[in-house]
Design a binder for this molecule. Structure first.
Ligand code: PMT
Length: 301
């Protein structure tokens, strides 16, 4: 009661106690006074009863604290993030994919959520835990990802395409496991939809952030992609550098804006990198809000 800091209460008790009318009323009164509560976890309780009453998982409590302490400068924004790799199957047990772990895209989704945005995360298959407090849509192939992005595009104010989408998929998919035979196996590939190109064509007032993985001519190639696909920002990763790109917990990037400006972000954790990218997005939003409105043209008398 002495602290001026926000107070987060994580209840842990017997399920009947948690559902007791007195406890419920006290939680409501404290909530009305500004105290914050987490819903307890479900499962077997210390007293062997089953139900809601477990102390929330520690990583979830830590995430809740991070969220509470982060200024909400993206409140009101609806941010659609894509993350992870896509899988392009050619028989029931095999597929083509890439090395994306999803860490960069998940960091962006979590950072945007902490900053108050409503986040939709469309994710290819990853080993990461599903982030809390956002709409999470798991997909597998590039075609699935395209359909999910187009379905949720209307409501988005910002689209961030951090997913590593496979450019090609096998032209056919065998219903049975392809058996070994001969010395080699020819796989015929066909183009996948270019999701960001399609979003760029329909983007309206949305802010569109793309990524570029390059192994040579980083800036030039990234700038070409930005222009061709109507992006506002492109984040260029030089994946030849140690600590940058696929799989690492860190990244080294260049944030290139449509006006040609480049911000060099040195090696740092992907959560911090995500905040740098979101700072750029916020700057565009603020710039648009403070741009003088054009006066209506005077009519000829
Ligand atoms: O997931 P991590 O292990 O953390 O690694 C992070 C990352 C390196 C995967 C990520 O930061 C990144 O760079 N993602 C984009 C990788 C990529 O596909 O780059 P690209 O240059 O091939 O594509 C350019 C842009 O077009 C990307 O925004 C991509 O999402 C998009 N794209 C690509 C192909 C396609 N068919 N449709 C698309 O929308």
């Amino acid at each position: 009661m002495a602290t001026k800091a926000p107070v987060l209460i994580c209840p842990a008790m017997n399920v009947n106690m948690y559902n007791n009318a007195v406890v419920k009323e006290n939680i409501s009164r404290l909530t009305a006074m500004g105290y914050l509560f987490m819903v307890p976890g479900y499962g077997e309780l210390a007293c062997k009863a089953e139900g809601y009453g477990r102390l929330p998982e520690i990583p979830d409590i830590v995430e809740e604290v991070e969220s509470i302490l982060t200024p909400k400068d993206l409140r009101g924004e609806k941010i659609l993030v894509t993350a992870g790799p896509t899988r392009e199957p050619f028989d029931p047990v095999r597929y083509i994919t890439n090395y994306s772990s999803g860490k960069m895209g998940y960091a962006l989704a979590i950072a945007a959520k902490r900053r108050g945005a409503h986040v939709t995360l469309i994710s290819g298959p990853t080993a990461l835990p599903t982030p809390r407090d956002m709409t999470f849509i798991p997909v597998a192939s590039a075609v699935d990802m395209r359909d999910a992005v187009m379905e949720h595009l209307d409501s988005a104010t910002v689209v961030i395409k951090a997913a590593a989408v496979a450019d090609y998929r096998p032209s056919s998919r065998s219903a049975r496991k392809i058996k070994k035979g001969g010395d080699g196996l020819d796989l015929q590939l066909e183009r996948n939809p270019d999701i960001i190109l399609e979003v760029g064509r329909k983007k309206g007032n949305r802010i569109l952030v793309g990524f570029a993985v390059e192994t040579e001519n980083l800036v030039e190639n990234a700038r070409n992609k930005l222009k061709k696909k109507n992006m506002d920002i492109i984040v260029a990763n030089d994946v030849t550098k140690e600590g940058a790109g696929f799989g690492y917990d860190t990244n080294i990037i260049k944030i290139i804006s449509a006006d040609g400006k480049i911000e060099n972000v040195p090696l740092m954790g992907k959560m911090e990198v995500a905040d740098r990218i979101l700072d750029k997005v916020k700057k565009i939003i603020t710039g648009r809000q403070s741009a003088p409105r054009r006066r209506p043209a005077l009519r000829d008398k």
